[in-house]
Design a protein around this ligand. Structure first.
Ligand code: CA
Length: 226
């Protein structure tokens, strides 16, 4: 899942980004209101974590503009402690929830999970991705192949989730890398291949039919029929 963090205080932005990435979210950070509008328009986010006090446009203004453009992405607003006005204004502007600063990281995670779950509920009752006999629970992060439960590291989970959200579609290594590691990743260039290898070992090590297929010259796709 991809989250946009809109926060001009670098220390907080870094703390939040690091913590969320450990929980296998993909995180982009921008530091002002106009940039938030641009980024929401150009990528698809599962949630926007939006500070109220921002340069350019404040969090209320950003929320209003996004909602007026028909953007329904859940917005969790970071407000000042004890500013009841801020909370009401935020919700009135179209935010889905608020969290007063300073906050405990555990609480931030709980709010994010609740919003993502709520957003997934209308229409579809589940937060489960499925292909063939493979199931992936997006809330608990547990994978299951038939009856076999499979433990995943946070990055393995994120790669698998991305593949399963785009089933039967060839996805380039660059797309996968940007979706999972973000645009500012400068580590090993074969990182996607390394994680796909891990996933194959875990998902296909009991002689089950392969699900993750190599697409020559492009990258990978997940498919239950070859
Ligand atoms: Ca701020």
């Amino acid at each position: 899942m991809r989250i946009l963090v809109v926060e001009d205080e670098e220390r907080i932005a870094r703390f939040v980004k690091t913590g969320l990435e450990e929980e296998s979210y993909t995180v982009d950070v921008v530091g002002d209101g106009p940039a938030a509008l641009d980024w929401v328009a150009s990528a698809s986010y599962d949630l926007v974590l939006l500070d109220v006090m921002l340069p350019g446009l404040n969090g209320f203004e950003v929320t209003k503009i996004l909602r007026s453009r028909g953007v329904t992405t859940p917005i969790l607003m970071l407000t000042a402690r004890d500013e009841i006005d801020d909370r009401v204004r935020g919700l009135d502007a179209g935010a889905d929830d608020y969290l007063p600063k300073p906050f405990a990281f555990k609480e931030l995670l709980a709010r994010i999970r609740a919003l993502v779950r709520r957003a997934a509920t209308p229409g579809k009752m589940d937060t489960m991705l499925e292909i063939g006999d493979l199931q992936l629970d997006m809330v608990s992060h547990v994978a299951r192949r038939g009856q076999r439960e499979i433990e995943l590291t946070s990055k393995e989970y994120a790669v698998l989730e991305y593949l399963m959200r785009h089933p039967r579609r060839p996805l380039s290594r660059t797309l996968i890398r940007e979706a999972v590691w973000g645009y500012d990743y400068f580590g090993a260039s074969n990182v996607v291949d390394v994680y796909v290898r891990h996933l194959r070992q875990k998902l296909e090590d009991n002689g089950e039919p392969p699900l993750i297929h190599t697409v020559r010259g492009i990258g990978y796709k997940i498919d239950d029929v070859e």
